[in-house]
Design a binder for this molecule. Structure first.
Ligand SMILES: NC(=O)c1ccc[n+]([C@@H]2O[C@H](COP(=O)([O-])OP(=O)(O)OC[C@H]3O[C@@H](n4cnc5c(N)ncnc54)[C@H](OP(=O)(O)O)[C@@H]3O)[C@@H](O)[C@H]2O)c1
Length: 320
C-alpha cells in the first residue's frame, strides 16, 4: 500500500516526536494535531511536517482534518485521569478511538496504526489497562477491506525524554532514601527509536495489516533493579527500600491526592501483571532491540559515567 500522507494524533509526545523524526526522512507528508500549537513549534523545522491546533474530541473537527489523508497514527493516551470532563480514561482511550474510527470511515482513510500498551486488557486489573484494552479491541475489530489496522503494544519505553527513568532519576536526587512500591514488578524496557522504527517499517507493509505487535527490549528487569541502575548511573548512594504489597497499595491511595499525582492506586494495580512480552515482534520486523545499557548512560549518567560512556563509544568506533 502506498502512503503519501499521515496524520498523527499525539504526535507532539515522547513517542510521537520520534516517529515524526523518522518520517522526516521520507517523502510522506506529516500532519500533527495538537491542543497547543505554540508550545510545540519546535516540531516545525521538520520540512514535511505541518502542525495544526485541533480539538480531536470534536467529531466534525477530527473528520475535517482527516480528509485527504492516507494513514492515521493514534498515540493519544493518559496515565492519570484529570478532574475536568473529557479527562477520564474512557474519554481518551475508548470514546476518542470510537470517534477516530468513524472519522476514518467517513473521510476514506485507508490505514490506521493504533498505539496500545503491553498489559492492555479489558479484563486487566487497572482502569488504565482496561480502557486501553477496550480501545485496542475496537481498533482491531474495525480492520477490514477499506481500513487496514495494526496495533502496537510496547512495554515501558525509554529514551532521552522518557518519563520513566527520568522520573526515578529526579526522585533519587531529592533524598538519601527512596521507598519503592512494587519493587518486584517486571518490565522489558524498549528504546523509543525502536518503537518508532516499528511504526515506520509497518506503515505500508501488507503483512502487518490486522496484526498486533508486542514490542520489548532485549532484557527483563524488576523495578528495583531499574531504580538501582539509575542510582548507579547518577553516582548516587541511596537506600532504596522495596515496600511490601500492602504498603505499595497504601502509597498509591495516598499519593494520588498529591498535586501532579506522583503515584496512584491505578498505577499500583497496573503493576499486578508482568509488563513483559510473550513474543517480542521487533526482530520479526527486522529491528534489533537496543539494550537499555547502550543508551541510558548517555542521558542519565553523571559526569564520570558519561565520560566513561564516551570512552566506550570511542573504543567501539561509535563516536559520531
Ligand atoms: N511512554 C511509554 O512508556 C509507553 C509505554 C506503553 C505504551 N505507550 C503508549 O504510547 C502512546 C504515546 O505515549 P507517550 O509516552 O508518547 O505519551 P505522551 O508523551 O504523554 O504524549 C501523549 C500525547 O497525547 C496528546 N494528549 C494527551 N492528552 C490528551 C487529551 N486529553 N486530548 C487530546 N490529546 C491529548 C498530547 O498532545 P498535545 O498535548 O500536543 O495535544 C501528547 O502529544 C500512548 O498511547 C501510550 O499509552 C507509552
Amino acid at each position: 500500500m502506498r502512503i503519501n500522507s499521515v496524520c498523527i494524533l499525539g504526535g507532539t509526545g515522547f513517542i510521537g516526536r520520534q516517529i515524526a523524526n523518522r518520517l522526516a526522512n521520507t517523502p510522506i507528508q506529516i500532519k500533527v494535531l495538537t491542543r497547543h500549537r505554540e508550545r510545540n513549534r519546535h516540531l516545525l523545522p521538520i520540512p514535511n511536517l505541518q502542525l495544526f491546533e485541533a480539538n480531536v474530541h470534536d467529531p466534525e473537527h477530527l473528520q475535517n482534518h482527516l480528509e485527504g489523508v492516507d494513514a492515521v497514527i493514534n498515540l493519544v493516551a493518559i496515565l492519570n485521569e484529570g478532574r475536568k470532563p473529557g479527562q477520564r480514561f474512557e474519554d481518551i482511550h475508548v470514546h476518542l478511538v470510537e470517534k477516530l474510527l468513524v472519522a476514518c470511515r467517513e473521510s476514506g482513510v485507508k490505514r490506521l496504526l493504533h498505539m496500545s500498551a503491553l498489559g492492555a486488557d479489558p479484563e486487566g486489573p487497572s482502569r488504565y489497562q482496561q480502557t486501553k484494552g477496550e480501545g485496542e479491541r475496537m481498533a482491531l475489530a474495525a480492520h477490514n477491506r477499506d481500513l487496514a489496522v495494526t496495533v502496537f503494544k510496547p512495554s515501558v519505553v525509554f529514551g532521552p525524554a522518557d518519563t520513566f527513568l527520568n522520573t526515578f532519576a529526579g526522585m533519587l536526587k531529592l533524598a538519601p532514601m527512596m521507598p519503592l512500591p512494587t519493587p518486584g514488578a517486571r518490565f522489558q524496557p524498549v528504546y523509543v527509536d525502536d518503537v518508532a522504527a516499528a511504526f515506520e517499517a509497518t506503515l505500508e507493509h501488507r503483512d502487518s495489516f490486522g496484526q498486533t505487535y508486542e514490542l520489548g527490549g532485549p532484557h527483563i528487569y524488576t523495578l528495583e533493579a531499574l531504580v538501582r541502575y539509575v542510582a548507579e548511573l547518577l553516582e548516587l548512594r541511596r537506600a532504596i527500600i522495596g515496600l511490601p504489597d500492602s504498603l505499595s497499595r497504601l502509597q498509591g491511595r495516598l499519593l494520588q491526592h498529591f498535586p501532579g499525582k506522583p503515584y496512584t492506586l491505578d498505577n499500583y494495580l497496573s503493576t499486578q501483571v508482568d509488563n513483559v512480552c510473550q513474543h517480542n515482534a521487533l526482530p520479526d520486523l527486522g529491528i534489533h532491540p537496543t539494550a537499555l545499557e547502550a543508551v541510558a548512560p548517555g542521558y542519565l549518567g553523571g559526569t564520570r559515567t558519561r565520560y566513561r560512556y564516551d570512552e566506550w563509544r570511542r573504543e567501539a568506533g561509535r563516536d559520531n
